[in-house]
Design a protein around this ligand. Sequence first.
Ligand code: AMP
Length: 305
Amino acid sequence: MAVKLVTTVQELHSEGARLLAAKRGTSQGLVPTMGALHEGHAALARAAVEQNDVVVATIFVNPLQFGDALDLDRYPRTLEADLALLDREGVDLVFAPSVDEVYPGGEPLVRVTSGRLGEKWEGASRPGHFDGALTVVAKLLHYGLPAAGLAAGGGTGGGLPAYRAYFGQKDAQQLALVRRMVADLNFPVEVVGVPTVRAADGLALSSRNRFLSPEEREGALVLSRALRLLEERAHAREPLDLESAQALVESQPLVALDYFDVVDPATLEPLAENCRETPFRGEGLALIAAKVGPVRLIDNMPLSS
Ligand code: AMP
């Protein structure tokens, strides 16, 4: 296997610097994940490998973003298979730190606050989730800075390397928040969003899909069907008739709908006037979340006409 696994920040910096120097690299990509990797993560890695000389993936199940200790405990951990997938995609370096390595003093006192954008939708159902997620993303973006490695002894012979970080559109609210954090707090990184990867039947790939029974998985397909319906209506410049799409989801007995709305893609504020009886115009984002059996699923669809 060509991919190299490191578990400490020091090794990450020295290996990153060594790779940049060896490849005479001018760019570095970072792909943050929680492991249990699937083809959605592979798409992120592939985009990063295409666009950068050196690619680092991180695998860290962040306790700070789990409200429920049981959910954290149960989160799948599949390091060997993850390394094989990342190796196949051409990732150079995997940083899989322990909780102590990331939080050496215990839980951090000072954290990133996700603000109003982090309180709605997923944030409303999972209080504190986005503060925890943004706090670890901030730390991972700092760990992955190519300049930190260069200071440790590397060198590309002129100028700082370009730095890009890859996030999935699947977690649309997280992506919007990371973009805002990077813009609002001037992180020296370009955020790249990667389209959602789906199974052949339409279900968005997720590390949590493995907890669905065959019947629940079948029932869960109504989420992507309803999103596809809105996409087709938007494309045809028809009224979205969100209510009929909501009714379709609610007709599936195994699915308990949490929210299903059409929002502005950047602010995630509802597009109240643009999604009912008048023809859809412009850009929107349909967001959906539901509990299917024991599993909470989220999905979304960018809309444009
Ligand atoms: P996770 O390991 O679930 O925290 O996800 C790590 C990254 O992979 C996040 O940026 C996710 O948005 C992205 N991701 C997860 N599932 C998918 C998918 N089906 N398609 C594209 N990206 C995904």
